[in-house]
Design a protein around this ligand. Structure first.
Ligand SMILES: [Zn+2]
Length: 359
């Protein structure tokens, strides 16, 4: 079968190759990949920044956002059947206490594997095999946008965690801020709007842009980084009960600390790598954070229940803003043109690879 793979650590090594067809064992299903989303992580792996091949192999098949259709199941699989639409989850457990309890997104030892990222092949291939507990069944009516379920699950987890942590007191959030207008940011915005929060999205795009319009269509407000800095937001809009940071820019993330309102919470979803040093106003950390009972937490990956919650929310979004989710898919590429997807284009939100679109 065809697969798009990289040589981990080697810059721009993404290539199409033939690999053996995967054969399911008795506890696995074989899934035909219909379409798959390209994300920043795929591009960073292709840039050689990270990514690990499965043990004993020299290449890693990319891809961790996929929609597929079950083709065949092993004799002991009863949870899914041929013809079912499915979205796979990404992370696979090690033997740590959290993983043993099904909380692989909260893995304690860090020896988990991730499909398309760390020691397990991903989904940029004609087929893959997987155990049914890692497949989320998709209702036929939602399949057209179900490829967005994986990034949505990341937003679901962050917001679920925020609300859960905030049970430390009476908490009735009114104002939410999402930093970053990429897929995770816009999906986080949707979850805030589904809760009828007064929601703001801060992004480097300009007012009137496609991103700004998408934001405003949901009743959220668009704030452009071209017109105001992050610290300006406190003066112009006030402080926020809930902030979701998804830019991956450490300056933005630390400036956001000063935007948290009393009893508020800031969730960091970006990956803030490198050895950059920053100056932070001591007053923000030492005074506002303490005197305001602020909370900052990081969140990564998602629990399978976040995928289930995401499916439910896709249904609610489709009813409330029909057609909105489909507009996040800004580019569709045939599988053999995957290279074009390795570069983000202007106004690109989500690029899909159409791997077996006729299935
Ligand atoms: Zn673990």
């Amino acid at each position: 079968m065809r697969a798009v793979a990289v040589i981990p650590g080697k810059e721009n090594s993404a290539h199409l190759r033939e690999v053996p067809d995967p054969a399911p064992n008795e506890r696995e299903a074989r899934v035909r990949v219909v379409e798959a989303g390209i994300d920043g992580t795929d591009r960073e792996i292709n840039a050689g920044l990270y990514g690990e091949a499965p043990e004993g192999e020299s290449f890693l098949i990319l891809g961790y956002e996929a929609l597929g259709r079950v083709e065949a199941v092993g004799a002991e699989v009863g949870e899914v059947s041929p013809g079912d639409w499915v979205v796979p989850t990404v992370r696979r457990p090690d033997g740590c206490p959290n993983c043993r309890l099904g909380e692989v997104d909260m893995c304690l030892w860090g020896k988990y594997k991730e499909r398309g990222i760390k020691q397990r092949h991903g989904f940029f291939s004609d087929d893959f095999v997987e155990r049914p507990e890692y497949l989320i069944k998709i209702p036929e009516a939602l399949r057209s946008v179900a490829v967005l379920l994986e990034p949505l699950s990341v937003a679901e987890k962050a917001i679920r965690q925020a609300f859960r942590i905030q049970r430390r007191m009476y908490w009735a959030p009114v104002k939410a801020l999402v930093l970053g207008g990429g897929p995770i940011g816009l999906l986080s915005m949707l979850l805030c709007r589904l809760r009828d929060l007064e929601t703001y999205v801060y992004d480097r795009d300009v007012p009137g842009s496609a991103t700004a319009r998408r934001v405003e269509e949901t009743g959220a407000a668009f704030l452009s980084a071209q017109e105001q800095s992050v610290p300006d937001l406190a003066r112009r809009v006030g402080r926020f009960d809930l902030i979701i940071e998804s830019t991956g820019n450490s300056r933005v993330a630390f400036d956001a600390v000063c935007l948290v309102g009393n009893n508020g919470v800031l969730s960091l979803l970006g990956i803030y790598g490198g050895d950059r040093t920053l100056e932070v106003t001591a007053e923000c950390i030492g005074l506002k954070l303490v005197l305001g009972n602020h909370l900052i937490f990081g969140s990564v990956n998602a629990h399978w229940t976040d995928f289930e919650a995401g499916l439910n929310d896709i249904d609610r979004v489709e009813q409330r803003w029909p057609g909105w989710l489909a507009k996040l898919i800004t580019r569709r590429l045939p599988f053999d043109r995957f290279q074009e997807g390795m570069t983000k284009e202007k106004d690109d939100i989500k690029t899909l690879l159409e791997i077996n679109p006729a299935v």
